[in-house]
Design a protein around this ligand. Structure first.
Ligand code: ADP
Ligand code: MG
Length: 292
């Protein structure tokens, strides 16, 4: 591409709210065959709501929620915010945790009101030796609805199953349809559990789901997708996504996401509207074609 045609292309993109941080990205996008997208905050709103809470025998719902929400006041994870919001909605009085140990991709281990509270994914519970059997059927049902089950344990005993649901952005289905129209293979990458991810993927019609990916492993997934020789674009918004954005042939960050993601990206989408991903690709194809 000539410098002039690239300028015209990037100028048009800017009007749509697509910022090219590197001029080469406009050309690289054109060759993209696979598009991998982070789920939480990228395909979904990233603002989950607590939808279900069931206490284990011997525990009262509001007591468990009080302990768990107290712990989550210290976490910045969107799941934590949804749990705290539900506790406030119920008018529960929250306490200040005495200790707090956040485990990225797993959950939280903390002490509050003299009790040990563990809250997080099934893998965190397994690590700590909790048998989730009593909630197996419930978890399966919730995940089948696209909700994310997580668990709480108090003083070494399994205390509750909690589910949160993160709504899909209104613009996501149209964005994916346009990407399919451009002939791209669509891959969803998420730390969420497999059943939940599969349910959401079915709704969205993505080609491949990579679930239960630890924050540190997202870049490896991109590397694997590249190993066949195809150019891979990755779209993400979080701190976790920075290495994957850097590893991808083209990294596209959501401008409303974290600064680290933006700094690792080649392209910044000023709004969270994913329709600008196919727009950017279409624009890159048109720009290169015009050079003849
Ligand atoms: P994602 O944002 O895609 O769910 P993460 O890697 O941030 O991925 O987290 C993976 C899982 O770990 C979450 O789905 C949740 O089950 C658990 N988790 C992480 N942080 C917390 C937290 N603060 N409170 C409860 N669960 C958590
Ligand atoms: Mg995200």
């Amino acid at each position: 591409a000539t410098p002039t045609s690239i300028m015209v292309g990037t100028g048009k993109a800017a009007e749509l709210g697509i910022l090219f941080r590197r001029g080469e990205a406009l050309q690289a996008l054109r060759n993209t065959k696979v598009i991998a997208l982070d789920k939480t905050g990228t395909l979904t709103k990233g603002r989950p709501e607590l939808t279900d809470l069931q206490a284990a025998p011997g525990f009262a719902e509001d007591d468990v929620l009080t302990l768990v929400a107290s712990v989550e006041t210290r976490s910045e994870h969107p799941i934590a915010e949804s749990i705290v919001a539900e506790a406030r909605r119920r008018g529960l009085a929250l306490a200040e945790p005495e200790t707090f140990d956040g485990k990225p991709g797993f959950g939280v281990v903390a002490k509050v009101s003299g009790r040990e509270v563990v809250v997080g994914a099934d893998r965190l519970m397994a690590q700590r030796g909790h048998d989730l059997g009593i909630f197996a059927a419930t978890a399966e049902r919730l995940a089948g609805q696209g909700k994310s089950p997580l668990y709480a344990a108090v003083d070494g005993r399994l205390a509750a199953i909690i589910a949160v649901a993160d709504p899909i952005k209104e613009t996501t289905p149209a964005a994916l349809e346009a990407l399919r129209g451009l002939g791209l293979r669509i891959v969803m990458i998420t730390g969420d559990n497999r059943r939940t991810a599969d349910a959401i993927a079915r709704t969205l019609g993505v080609d491949e789901v990579v679930a239960e990916v630890l924050p540190t492993d997202k870049a490896d997934v991109v590397k694997r997708l590249q190993s066949g020789g195809a150019a891979v674009a990755f779209v993400g918004d979080g701190i976790n996504d920075a290495p994957a954005l850097a590893q991808a042939d083209v990294g596209l960050a959501i401008g409303t996401g974290t600064d680290i993601a933006i700094e690792s990206a080649d392209v910044v989408l000023m709004s969270g509207d994913l329709r600008n991903v196919p727009n950017a690709i279409a624009l890159s194809q048109a720009t290169i074609r015009n050079i003849g």
